[in-house]
Design a binder for this molecule. Structure first.
Ligand code: PMV
Length: 310
């Protein structure tokens, strides 16, 4: 049987999380070390799926796969096809609920595979519109960054509800991503930053602006291949995020561990309060040393991601 394959990858926020909620810019990176593949083949009978959560007829799938049902319905309608007789296999290497964009990446790969199956050209605008349908079901009010980065090969500099600007990576370094093993608590962290704003408007405004400035300088460091400057900006931003109260002991411990093991910089990534951190290394050899230290110090999962060549 012929397989129709759609691919996508995870995302990480390099810098600017939380401040981006208040209109500052941020940078998100495609995270190729965490790929997703959806394979579709012809089958008999109703649509069935195989995934980490569930294997069986799509009709009986748990609520978690609701977005997939809706996507198939909408795409079928658009293409004038009854979607039946398909077997959909989802293979994701993105851990869920870690702020890595797993839902957007699965949607991207599924949409790409379906359009291939029906032999219809898919443009970027259509792709983003379909991912948005799915993300609204999964996340309610998505910022749209996951949709763009999981389907793109370029880093994206963005301001919420204003612009998404892809830019070239011109820097040769390695990012180590480490999972604390604690589910990230993005919504709590975002709510607590809002409270901090009420309690001390001036101080919080200053922190947010300082993070935004560093996101702008990080983009320049990436364009000018200044790895050391990028590292410093990442570490400084972790300190600012700590002051915003969105870090926690597990993240701080892994950040310290990475810096002691020779990282050029390190910070939490995404919502904070658990979830993941990132560290920057100048070579693959350093990256492996840092990765091993992070595992020794409690990271339950790590990835090494080459920045070059994106
Ligand atoms: O959890 P993630 O990686 O999708 O990132 C959340 C980023 C925040 O800035 C904290 C929230 C947001 O909506 O931008």
């Amino acid at each position: 049987t012929q397989h129709f394959i759609g691919k996508a990858h995870g995302k990480i926020i390099l810098i600017g999380e939380h401040a981006v909620v208040y209109g500052e810019p941020a940078i998100a990176l495609p995270f190729k070390a965490a790929p997703v593949e959806v394979s579709i083949e012809k089958d008999t009978g109703p649509v069935s799926v195989s995934s980490d959560y569930y294997t069986g007829p799509l009709e009986d799938a748990p609520g978690k796969l609701e977005n997939i049902k809706v996507l198939l319905f909408e795409i079928g309608k658009e293409l004038g096809q009854t979607i039946n007789n398909l077997f959909i296999k989802i293979t994701s290497h993105i851990p869920p609920e870690r702020g890595m964009g797993s839902s957007a990446a699965v949607s991207t790969a599924l949409i790409r595979a379906l359009f291939q199956y029906f032999n219809v050209q898919l443009n970027e605008e259509q792709l983003l519109a379909y991912i948005d349908i799915s993300e609204k079901i999964v996340h309610g009010n998505p910022s749209g960054i996951d949709a763009r980065v999981t389907s793109s090969d370029a880093p994206i500099f963005y301001k919420k509800n204003q612009f998404f600007e892809p830019f070239p990576i011109n820097i040769s370094g390695y990012l180590i991503v480490a999972d604390t093993g604690k589910k990230g608590q993005t919504s709590h962290a975002v709510a607590d930053v809002a409270t901090l704003f009420n309690d001390d408007y001036e101080k919080t405004t200053k922190l947010i602006q300082n993070i935004g400035e560093r996101a702008i300088r990080a983009k320049l460091a990436i364009i000018h291949n200044d790895l050391a400057a990028l590292g410093t900006l990442l570490s400084q931003t972790h300190e600012l995020l700590k002051e915003l109260t969105v870090s926690d002991e597990s993240l701080d411990h892994l950040v310290d561990t990475a810096l002691k093991a020779g990282a050029l910089g390190a910070k939490l990534t995404g919502g904070g309060r658990g979830g993941c951190m990132i560290a920057l290394a100048q070579s693959e050899r350093y990256a492996m040393v840092i990765k091993n230290k992070l595992i020794e110090q409690g990271a339950i999962n790590t990835w090494v991601h080459a920045l070059e060549g994106e």
